[in-house]
Design a protein around this ligand. Sequence first.
Ligand SMILES: *[C@@H]1O[C@H](CO)[C@@H](O)[C@H](O)[C@H]1NC(C)=O
Length: 312
Amino acid sequence: MNVGAHWVPGSKILLYFLGSEGGSEVLAQVLFLFRSFLVLVRFVGVMAILAWNVRGLGNKDTNRALRKSIQKFQPDIIFLSETKQKKGFLEKVKTKMKMAHSFYVEPCRITGGLACGIPRGLALWWSNDTQITVLRSGKHFIDAEISIKGESEWFGSFIYGPPYKEEKREFWEMMTQMRDASEECWLVIGDTNVVASQEEKLGGIPFNLNDARVYFDFIDGKGLIELPISSGSFTWLNQRSEEEAILEKLDRALCSVEWSVRFPKAVGLLDVAIGSAHAPVIIYPYGLSKKYKRDFKFESKWLLEEECKSTV
Ligand SMILES: *[C@@H]1O[C@H](CO)[C@@H](O)[C@H](O)[C@H]1NC(C)=O
């Protein structure tokens, strides 16, 4: 007897199924039904935001992984950091991914000469249902006013925290100046490049509180809350051999109290890290709709009955 399991994307549900001979056929059927079902989910008001440090959007693996993530999670907003690509190239990818609008911070080697350091680059894409007004941007962030599907506006900062110590202070101090979080509905999402505790690190040199101090000054000073991510503890791995492997949590979403009151059911998920050392982070501000859960129950029950019939 085969025992199979399939992770239902964008939910906490792990579907188990049993089969005798035709195990893989059953799997194919299940996957097909779920694919149709996920298309349906698009229309029941589930919204998603995807943030991913792609480490260069040039290679096939990364592009394929991005396309798969988009198919799975159907994000309304996509934020990519370390694109290492010019606008022209990114616009072509955007069109392929069926996103309607964009904003870019181009890698600085292209625009600013050697003085600005290593080329990185940020991209923000959004769907036709989403309204975004970019308020300001820089090498390490895009700050915007957002409204998805006609809801009232909130602020979103899409960040790529500097990896180097000298720039860290400047960046987190700038973020602290950005707005008064006690009154604003604000979501901060992206690669913070900060490990915030020993639990967020496996391997390598031990966690050092001093390295995270400027980051804590920011989140404590603003009273920000970290959104829980349900499908994994680490978002980055150094892709070395087993003995030298280091895993860290660098990518995350933080929100103001106001934002968490408005989106009390917000949940975060991680996709698999393929084509980059970082895993994509997906945030569902409204959680998963009741209808989604109800349909899922119905569908799995129906599947089971069908399967029973055919076995008989
Ligand atoms: C977005 O809307 C415009 C205007 O209705 C339309 O021309 C365009 O094709 C849409 N883009 C996508 C990616 O759906």
